[in-house]
Design a protein. Structure first.
Length: 366
């Protein structure tokens, strides 16, 4: 039997997690570099990043603060490459766009990369992948990196300061691992892919139980399990499954929605969670999958409980024109889109129908 070769960047070289992980990381950062570029973005995290800079200085390092002006885009990356000319590592502290930009910058400059997530909204701190956007926040494509970060620091105290909305968004993004991988890769004969898909199923089950509890009490064990599931375990699944464990319609819908300026304030996972509902609609109506209807009935109340958007109205698109929605569908259905990992064809018109009816109750099969 001929076995094809596949490449897997599975995990960061070192992961530190838990309360006080940042303090523990300082010696490891010192071993990696002496003058890191410390990349951030949000005004909401300025004080946190200032504290990180102070800690690095006290550890005899010379950090150079830098800020992302937009989402992870070429214009920013070119400017930051010049700013990092005298740096010997990239330390990205923030949300998914900052972490993606930091990883891609380090990749291009061939520097060590350190990720410090300041929310659990995505698994970007873990993965060997960066998403590229335009200056206006429109998704353009993704870039596979040669390796995961050298060090990931997931400090519960830092992450806990993020708004609850970011954790809810992370839950939706992590839930998509199961709904997408089970469709694109559920019948794979590859052992690692099979294991990644089953991990995604377990992750879904855990998030359905722990997610609501986590949002009620950010100091609970359920919060710690949920935050780590979103930011770490979801990354494990992507690394283990590799390119063969692919995203499908949920992320394609996200990518399409980013093309609309009206959606720029909607978080990544919020768009993806809505995209799961759209995907299940497509599976049910076009794929004839009755189980998709059952999954839709199960997921819809959970997303509502987590106060996640489940309709175009929730996304701020109640006044969107038909032309705008057609633009979303055209981008999501473009050649090479993740949408085409579905086992059936989807036209922009069929996708538009699913977008509009995403929150409609799914009929119970007789």
């Amino acid at each position: 039997m001929v076995v094809s070769i596949s490449s897997h960047a599975i995990a960061p070289a070192v992961v530190l997690r838990g309360e006080g992980a940042w303090a523990e990381a300082l010696s490891k950062i010192s071993a990696l570099c002496s003058r890191p570029l410390l990349l951030g973005r949000s005004q909401a995290t300025v004080s946190l990043r200032s504290a990180l800079v102070s800690d690095l200085v006290h550890s005899c390092l010379t950090p150079q603060p830098a800020e992302l002006s937009y989402d992870c885009c070429e214009e920013d990356l070119q400017r930051l490459a010049a700013e990092a000319a005298d740096c010997d590592a990239v330390l990205a502290a923030g949300g998914g766009k900052v972490l993606d930009a930091g990883k891609l910058l380090a990749h291009r400059l061939q520097l060590p990369c350190i990720t410090v997530p300041l929310s659990a909204a995505t698994c970007a701190g873990w993965t060997a992948l960066s998403n590229l956007y335009s200056m206006h926040g429109a998704f353009e494509g993704d870039v596979a990196l040669t390796r995961c970060p050298e060090l990931l620091v997931f400090d519960h105290g830092l992450v806990r300061q993020a708004p609850a909305r970011t954790l809810a968004s992370g839950i939706a993004d992590a839930l998509a691992k199961w709904y997408e991988a089970s469709v694109s890769s559920g019948d794979s004969s590859d052992g690692l892919v099979q294991q990644a898909v089953q991990m995604a199923r377990v992750l879904r089950d855990q998030l359905m139980i722990d997610g609501p509890l986590a949002l009620q009490d950010p100091h609970s064990a359920a919060w710690a399990r949920t935050a780590e599931a979103c930011a770490l375990t979801a990354g494990v699944i992507g690394g283990l499954g590799g390119a063969r464990c692919r995203t499908v319609a949920a992320h394609a819908v996200h990518n399409g929605l980013t093309q609309l300026q009206a959606c720029q304030d909607v978080l990544h996972g919020e768009k993806v969670g809505f995209g799961i509902l759209v995907q299940l609609r497509l599976e049910e109506r076009l794929g004839g999958n009755r189980l998709a209807g059952q999954a839709h009935r199960q997921l819809l109340p959970l997303l509502r409980q987590l106060q996640l958007p489940v309709s175009l109205q929730d996304l701020g698109l109640s006044n969107a024109s038909l032309s705008d929605l057609q633009q979303v569908c055209a981008f999501a259905c473009r050649e090479g889109s993740d949408l085409h990992n579905l086992p059936f064809a989807v036209t922009p018109g069929a996708l538009l129908e699913a977008l509009v009816g995403a929150a409609e109750p799914s009929p119970v099969a007789p």
